[in-house]
Design a protein around this ligand. Sequence first.
Ligand SMILES: [Zn+2]
Length: 437
Amino acid sequence: MGSIYQGAKEVLIGVGEQLHPDDYASVRRWLEGMLIDRHLTELDCFLARVLPLKSADPSGNPFLALVQSPWFTRTWTVQEFCLGERATLICPWGDVSWDVFVKAFLNWNKHVRGCCKEVADVQPELREECHRVYCHIQSLEHTRRSLNNQHILQAILLFMHLDATDLRDKVYGLRALHRGSDDMPAPRYEVPVTSPQYRAAAARVFIDFTWWAIRDVKGLFPLAFDMHQEDSKTPSWVMDLSMQPSIDANYWRRRLSGVGLHNASAGIPFVAELDSSDCLRVNGVRVGQVEAVTDAIVSLPTCNADIANMLRAWYEFATDRRVDSLLLDRVDSFVDAAVFDDWFCRIMLANQVEDTGTFRQADDSDLRKWRATIAEMMKLPSDPVDFTPIIELHMTAVLGRRMFRTNMGYTGVSPASTRPGDEIWILGGGAYLACVF
Ligand SMILES: [Zn+2]
């Protein structure tokens, strides 16, 4: 399959099929406006009242209909696009080159992050959908540039939130992007990716794929994908790709991008065996048993007070110390966020920060920056959340997580499914400590 796409001179991308013909001219004008770097205030699709509203759905915004084109949400389109030589969007009013489309959305992002932030907030759904398309464009471009040196796990990381009618295509639909695939020359990785087996159930495909990935990367990195839910039809060590990431895909990607920084199991040999009942046997050292977990699972905050309240509850849980200085209803009772010890701050950042796409371990100045930002947010509890980069990193570490305490008194942040009685292990070949349940 990959060889067909690889030989493609041009990939044609159909978008905007659902647009009403009366809206073609407007949508074209908006897209061209983005391309020549117009402010969003000059493009009425981003304003509160969108005129003309001629779409079949009178409440609809024609530009929203364009960015909601199914092409941007499908798994199969990814390798088709990335392996082709060039791409053109077939819009209802005519052809638009891919590069032009990319530039329009790069401009959109620049305005939304700066001068036109408030305008973009007027229509949250449109902002969200444009952001999704912008991220998808970035992921596609990144994948296309990395074709010569790419592992299928990287492609899965970028695209696992997309839809697939057949769940097995969550693996097979990205297979030709893997450098070691038999569709591509010069295999760099050791084990060829499992061939498409449409007679096997999706659960079997996910088990075989995860087991393949563990052997191929010679470590337990696939376990860090944390793709398991209570009703999964696969064992807990398997990447259940039928599950969409349970948190925002960007946070999920960033969480995994930092894995290379950590090596919890240094010195412990990596051993992995799969027995006939699909039980994975690994080598490790038990470090404790979970004694208690916080009730709440962290969700995306709606205001600064959400973050402050969560931190207070977690800090009290971890230390048994009442944090009276963080009474959020009265600004004059506020002392400062210095109450949080260094170890706590490090947990809240997963001990990692990102500088222009590269992750490194958090240092004292990062901890100070995080404290200062939290202190500012606590002073203004009713303001909308301002997602500064350091708060984005904090959310990357804690979103969708619980805090746990072990019988030895250690504290950490773990998947939502963690329960008292689960065990914490260091597993040979694992970057992080593992919660075994
Ligand atoms: Zn602007």
